[in-house]
Design a protein around this ligand. Sequence first.
Ligand SMILES: Cc1cc2nc3c(=O)[nH]c(=O)nc-3n(C[C@H](O)[C@H](O)[C@H](O)COP(=O)(O)O)c2cc1C
Ligand code: SF4
Length: 455
Amino acid sequence: MKRFDLRTREELSAEVARFGGELPWSDDLAVLGEPVAVAGRRLANRFVVQPMEGVDACDDGGTPGELTFRRYRRFAAGGSALIWFESAAVVPEGRSGPRQLMLTDQNLDVWRRLVDETRRAAREQGCGDVVLLLQLTHSGRYSRPQGRPAPVTAQRNPLLERAMPEMPVTEPVSDDALERLREAFVATAVRAERAGFDGVDMKAVHGYLVAELLGAHGREGRYGGPYEQRTRFLKACVSDMRQALARTTWVASRLTVLEPSDYPYGWGVAAREGAWQPDLAEPLRLIGELTALGVPFHNISMGYPRFQPYLNRPHDRALAGCPPPPEDPLRGVVRFQETVRAVRRAAGGVPVITAALSWLRHLAPPVAAGLVREGWCDLIGFGRSAFAYPDAANDILRGGGMVSGKCCVTCSMCSQIMKDAVGRGGCVVRDSAVYAPEYRRGREAARQTMAAREL
Ligand SMILES: Cc1cc2nc3c(=O)[nH]c(=O)nc-3n(C[C@H](O)[C@H](O)[C@H](O)COP(=O)(O)O)c2cc1C
Ligand code: SF4
């Protein structure tokens, strides 16, 4: 399969034309530096650091560690107007691993310091006031609070159960447990406000519990079955948080528009038997309802990163032992942007944030400017680029572009660190002094586990 080798607009256009796609372009990047009004606040420019889990909490139950502080200081000094802090679990059993962040009464002061230091880093670099959001999650089917799989599921899903034979099969979480979880989401949101965040995000993407509930067609009780009930948990949490938080604190939701399981298991898929086909009808309806509940913007994503990473983070190299991407990564970039455009058309003027641009490397800024100018999105989110190139926004706004040698090369090594669940996460290529040893620790542990299994 072809790896990234594009240098110019002409080469990019020729590749996009090969599969009949479309991707806007603008050589004038000024639009990316424009302030944007969002729900009573002013974002200084159009750049957003997307949530990127660094699995670097201390061993005491989710307290931000030394590398967590370093990451957020670097993000803030890099010039993006909005930093969307990575997923933090709202209950211990909902953690993706023992080093996922948690915000508790016990570590609230450390979080306060993290928020303060992040804001200070932005000011010291002349980046002004940065807006900070915290993503709240329950890892659901992917929970591994002690490092071993301990899934909490919305419903039985034969496709996912077959794909993850190492996961014990469990009965779906009860409605009573979900009621308690609603309270935990709200309690963590209140703590986030006390820590100084400008807002919170109900994470509803990438197959985690809140996203899985959206597609729980076969679930009985208050949180499954018809659309109203499948979307109840997310909407109820957003509305409970709205009640509990100050009017000026944002409640957002990073929302999936596609959980690609065969109907009747997926979300954003057509309601007919057989292999899944995307259908945006329900996601767009939900986006309208979330707007009515006061979410300030829509940050969307799609797919299960574990099984179809090409849908949400187009890449050149796959994780160890995983098949290479089944399509040209550029197709994934274009599909993602086209989906964002469809969401924006339906969003009634509420700003929409895009992602999945990192594969484009130094071509991302003119494409991003084109996307904004042609009305495909309002804000530009960088995920892996933020790990690899935290000051990309400053380089684009002050220097007129991204430097090729600083760009993410979509090698999946940061995802590998997460999967190996031993090292702390960051860019192995561009920040190698810190993260290459973390990567090697994870790989070595994985090799030892394999060897022990073979004995
Ligand atoms: C290592 C890693 C960690 C991530 N952590 C999160 C997360 O905590 N929450 C989330 O919503 N998305 C997470 N993502 C997805 C990114 O936010 C982003 O959507 C994705 O990487 C595509 O954007 P990009 O092409 O700019 O990387 C993660 C991705 C990677 C590779
Ligand atoms: S390790 Fe670095 S270069 Fe590789 S995908 Fe992650 S951020 Fe990009």
